[in-house]
Design a protein around this ligand. Structure first.
Ligand SMILES: C[S@@+](CC[C@H](N)C(=O)[O-])C[C@H]1O[C@@H](n2cnc3c(N)ncnc32)[C@H](O)[C@@H]1O
Length: 398
C-alpha cells in the first residue's frame, strides 16, 4: 500500500498519524471523529477550546468542501495555495466544528504542496507534532517520544524547512479587501501583498472611476496608445485588457481587426465582454508572465498592465511579444514608468504590486529583441513606447 493510501486509511479508521508537512512535522486525524480529535488534543496536551487547521491535499478539494466561501476569498485561495500559508476564513456553515475550538465562525485552512500525499481526498485535522507550546519538530526525532509511540502511523519525511506556515486572516477580505498576518512564517508579507492586492484592486464596478482619480491623464494615455497603434491592423493582441476601455478604442481605430485580450482577472474580463462586440473579440483569462496566445499579431498593445511585472519579467515578456508579432508588426506599450526626475512621479504605487521601470531600460530590453523602439508620448511618469518589428528579411541595424 502506498504511503498516501496508508495515511488515508489510518485516519479514516479513527487513527492518528505523525506526518511530514511542508513546514514542520504534523499530527493528523479525521476532523469528523470526536474520539480521534480528543485523543490528538490529549496527546499534545492542547486544550480543546484551541482551534486547529483543516488540511486538504489539493486546492479543488478545499474549494469543493467550502462552497459558501465568496468569490474573492476563493480567488485569494487560488492565488495563495497550495503553499506554506494557513488561511483563516469565515465559516458561516459551521463546517468542521471539532477543528474550530471555541470559535465555530472561523475555520483555519491549509493546502500544502505535498506531492507524497497527492491523491489523498480526505480533509484532515492537523496540528504541529509537538507538545502545546513546545518547539516545532523539523526532524522526526524531534517529535516527542510519547507522541510517536502513541500515534497509529508515523511517516518519516527527513528534514523539513522547520519554519511554520504564514497564517493570514482573510475573514474580512470578502467584504472590504482587508487581510492581516496573524503569524509570520515562510511566506513574507510583500509576496502576500503582491498576490492579494491584485484582485481587490481591480474591481470592475469601481475600476474606471478609481483609475481616473489616481491617474488624471488616463484618458490621454489611452488616446496616445490608440494613436500610436497606427491603422489597418487585422489581428490585435491586448495584454491586461481589464474592463475593455482601451480595447474599445483599438477596435474603433482598426475596423477590420479582431482582438484577443488576456487578463488574469475573470471579473474584469466579464465587464469587458459585455462592452465589446462579441464577434470581434476573444477574451482569455491568463497571466502575461505565461505563454502568449498562439498566432502572429500585427499589433500587440498594453495599457497600464506591464508595470506589474518586475524588470526580469518585463524583459522576458518583450521577447515573447517579439515572437508573437507578424513581420512588420508593432508593439505599443502605454504605462507608468520610473521618471528620470523623481519629482515627476505622481501615480500612487503599491510596493510589491506596482513595479514600473525606467523608459531607458525598457527601450534597451525591446532593442535586445531586435524590435525598433521609440518613445512617442510622455507625461510625468506615464509614457507610450512603440516598438516595430522589421519587415521579413530585413535585419534590424539599430
Ligand atoms: C490598470 S488595469 C488596465 C486595464 C486596461 N488595459 C485599461 O487600459 O483600462 C490593469 C489590468 O491588468 C491586469 N493584470 C495585472 N497584472 C496582470 C498579469 N500579471 N497578467 C494578466 N493581467 C494582469 C489586471 O487584472 C487589470 O485588469
Amino acid at each position: 500500500m502506498s504511503e498516501a493510501a496508508a495515511f488515508a486509511r489510518c485516519l479514516a479508521g479513527g487513527g492518528i498519524a505523525v506526518f511530514p508537512a511542508d513546514t514542520v512535522y504534523g499530527l493528523a486525524c479525521d476532523p469528523e471523529q470526536p474520539a480521534a480529535v480528543e485523543r490528538l488534543y490529549a496527546l499534545k496536551r492542547r486544550p480543546l477550546e484551541k482551534p486547529s487547521a483543516v488540511m486538504f491535499f489539493s486546492l479543488p478539494e478545499a474549494l469543493r468542501a467550502l462552497p459558501e466561501l465568496g468569490p474573492r476569498t476563493r480567488e485569494a485561495m487560488r492565488r495563495l495555495l497550495p503553499g506554506p500559508v494557513g488561511l483563516l476564513v469565515p465559516n458561516p456553515a459551521r463546517r468542521f466544528p471539532l477543528a474550530c475550538g471555541s470559535d465555530p465562525h472561523t475555520l483555519g485552512v491549509r493546502v500544502p504542496h505535498l506531492p507524497r500525499f497527492a491523491g489523498v481526498r480526505l480533509a484532515v485535522l492537523q496540528s504541529s507534532a509537538n507538545l502545546a507550546d513546545g518547539p516545532d519538530a523539523r526532524r522526526l526525532e524531534e517529535v516527542p517520544e510519547a507522541i510517536r509511540a502513541a500515534a497509529d502511523l508515523v511517516i518519516d519525511g527527513g528534514e523539513l524547512p522547520g519554519t511554520p506556515s504564514t497564517m493570514v486572516d482573510l475573514r474580512r477580505y470578502e467584504r472590504d479587501g482587508e487581510w492581516s498576518v496573524v503569524r509570520a512564517g515562510l511566506v513574507g508579507e510583500e509576496e502576500l501583498r503582491r498576490k492579494l492586492h491584485h484582485q481587490y484592486h481591480f474591481d470592475p464596478a469601481s475600476y474606471e472611476r478609481e483609475i481616473q482619480a489616481e491617474i488624471p491623464a488616463y484618458g490621454e494615455l489611452q488616446a496616445a496608445v490608440a494613436e500610436a497603434s497606427g491603422t489597418g491592423a487585422r489581428r490585435i493582441l491586448e495584454l491586461g485588457t481589464g474592463t475593455g476601455a482601451t480595447a474599445e478604442l483599438l477596435l474603433a481605430r482598426h475596423p477590420q481587426a479582431s482582438l484577443v485580450g488576456i487578463d488574469e482577472s475573470p471579473a474584469m474580463l466579464a465587464a469587458a465582454q459585455s462592452r465589446l462586440p462579441r464577434e470581434r473579440v476573444s477574451l482569455r483569462v491568463g497571466r502575461i508572465e505565461d505563454e502568449l496566445p498562439a498566432g502572429r499579431f500585427d499589433l500587440v498593445a498594453s495599457a497600464l498592465a506591464v508595470h506589474h511585472l518586475d524588470g526580469t519579467e518585463k524583459r522576458a515578456l518583450f521577447r515573447r511579444i517579439r515572437g508573437a508579432l507578424a513581420p512588420g508588426g508593432r508593439f505599443v506599450l502605454g504605462d507608468v514608468v520610473v521618471p528620470e526626475d523623481p519629482a515627476a512621479a505622481r501615480t500612487p504605487l503599491t510596493p510589491g504590486f506596482d513595479r514600473p521601470s525606467r523608459i531607458s531600460e525598457q527601450l534597451e530590453w525591446l532593442a535586445e529583441t531586435e524590435l525598433l523602439p521609440r518613445v512617442v508620448w510622455e507625461r510625468g511618469d506615464l509614457a507610450v513606447i512603440v516598438a516595430d518589428a522589421t519587415p521579413a528579411g530585413i535585419v534590424a541595424s539599430q
